[in-house]
Design a protein around this ligand. Structure first.
Ligand SMILES: Cc1cc2nc3c(=O)[nH]c(=O)nc-3n(C[C@H](O)[C@H](O)[C@H](O)COP(=O)(O)OP(=O)(O)OC[C@H]3O[C@@H](n4cnc5c(N)ncnc54)[C@H](O)[C@@H]3O)c2cc1C
Length: 425
């Protein structure tokens, strides 16, 4: 016979959203259980920001923050107003995590260690006496009419007044985000928009890109062109890899690349402006100076001041100028060809890497069916949702974790209130 456990609030998923929800519900006096199938909490949290955890973005203007989230961003106004970026920083500092702001307003722990962020959340839950049930695989819910009555686990059932679904999306399944929560949401009557990888590296067909693998460049302007027209653009760091391109500027544009690649007849290209701070005329002037300096050298040895070493062979090849030609013999026409190449370097994306390499998945539970003030389901009375399980995703820069903190906090708060109300009835 299965063991039965009774709680006010049951949280499913021990990621950032679930831990925040459990901590907040317990802070309000609810008896809380958090169920996590892994042996440890926060497996994905620990790999965020390359292990440094970019825990939020210091953008102070809520409107600008929400704009970053694209067409579904408006949903986030309410959770952000309740638990915003400033509250997030104060929360973590309260639990001993000092923070610093890096470029693009990205906030990191001073220790550069995601484990400190996890420890803070664990401490928050410990304070509220949350029962953390690890290695507990949830298998779905029982319900009566429009209320959940039980969370089904292997070997035990949990009965609670309210339930928080925080099982994540589908990116990096080895961390536990395998999408079961999305299946349960569908079974409970929610619409789930098909998750596909977002913030994901791109496969590129051009061989020169692969030959340049390992090179990382800052401040490159990346433009997506569809049938010759500009479709999207980002500026930032890019990384050449053995399969194509990665780095924040590429990841941020990847969702849109995935969308436009669906139409097989469209001509889709990415162009890189390697010198976005310079106009064509300024770059030409700069090249003339370099060529004067290196006038007796071969062309292949004349670009060291301008470009990273690793990229030079590919660029030289693309100019079709003889690499051994002395620089003083290079014509104006050739030089302008080079300038054009550096401002408009083209490559062909042919696909996205899969969920196993994605930082985020787009898609998830339809936001039209969730109350943004409470994070409550509009279909199931005592169900709350938080984090990546929702159909909202953001660019890199700490926005995704802020989504988890804000929605988790609100979900925990209202789950605790609902559970309390049930007891009073
Ligand atoms: C490589 C990488 C780097 C990233 N870096 C950043 C960054 O620096 N900044 C940023 O803002 N965002 C970053 N993100 C995104 C961020 O990690 C996610 O948005 C966030 O982890 C989502 O939290 P969550 O709680 O919704 O889901 P998750 O973190 O996926 O947690 C869900 C939890 O639910 C558990 N679970 C699932 N199913 C069950 C079940 N059946 N029973 C029990 N438990 C279950 C899982 O094991 C998991 O622990 C990064 C993501 C990746 C992959």
């Amino acid at each position: 016979m299965k063991n039965r456990h009774y709680y006010d609030v049951a949280v499913i998923g021990g990621g950032p959203a679930g831990m925040m929800a459990a901590g907040r519900a317990a802070e309000l006096g609810a008896r809380v259980i958090l169920v996590e199938k892994n042996t440890e909490l926060g497996k994905k949290l620990l790999i965020t920001g390359g292990g440094r955890c970019n825990l939020t973005n210091a953008e102070p203007d809520a409107r600008k923050f929400v704009e970053k989230l694209g067409k579904n961003g408006k949903f986030f106004f309410s959770p952000l107003a309740t638990f915003g970026t400033q509250q997030t920083v104060e929360f973590f500092e309260r639990f001993g995590v000092k923070t610093k702001v890096e470029d693009r307003s990205r906030v990191f722990p001073v220790s550069n260690d995601a484990a400190d962020v996890l420890k803070a959340l664990e401490e928050y839950m410990r304070k509220g006496k949350v029962f953390v049930f690890k290695e507990a695989v949830a298998a779905g819910f029982n319900k009566r009419e429009d209320r959940l009555t039980q969370l089904i686990l292997k070997g035990a059932d949990v009965e609670a007044g309210a339930y928080v679904l925080a099982t994540g999306g589908r990116s990096r399944p080895e961390t536990g985000a395998t999408g079961e929560g999305l299946k349960w949401a569908t079974a409970l009557g929610h619409h789930v928009l098909n998750p596909f990888p977002a913030l994901v590296p791109l496969k590129i067909s051009d061989n020169w890109v692969k030959l340049t693998q390992g090179l990382s460049m800052d401040n490159v302007a990346v433009t997506l062109r569809v049938n010759g027209k500009k479709d999207a653009a980002r500026t930032g760091n890019i990384l050449f890899t053995h399969f194509g391109m990665s780095g924040p500027a590429i990841l941020d544009i990847s969702k849109r690349v995935g969308e436009v690649l669906k139409n097989k007849t469209d001509n889709v290209i990415l162009t890189l402006d390697l010198k976005p701070a310079m106009s064509i005329a300024q770059l030409d002037e700069r090249l003339q100076k370099d060529f004067k300096k290196f006038q007796n050298k071969a062309f292949r040895n004349s670009l060291d001041d301008l470009l990273p070493r690793k990229l030079i062979p590919a660029i030289i090849k693309m100019t079709q100028i003889n690499p051994n030609k002395p620089v003083h013999e290079i014509t104006r026409e050739d030089r302008l060809k080079l300038v054009k190449l550096l401002k408009d370097l083209r490559m062909s994306p042919i696909g996205l890497l899969g969920f196993d390499k994605a930082i985020a998945s787009s898609g998830g539970v339809d936001l039209a069916e969730v109350d943004s003030k409470t994070m409550g389901s509009k279909i199931i009375k005592n169900l709350y949702l938080a984090g990546d399980v929702l159909d909202i995703d953001a660019p890199t820069g700490g926005f995704n974790l802020q989504l988890c903190w804000s929605t988790g906090y609100v979900a925990g708060e209202y789950a605790a209130r609902t559970a309390g109300r049930k007891e009073e009835e």
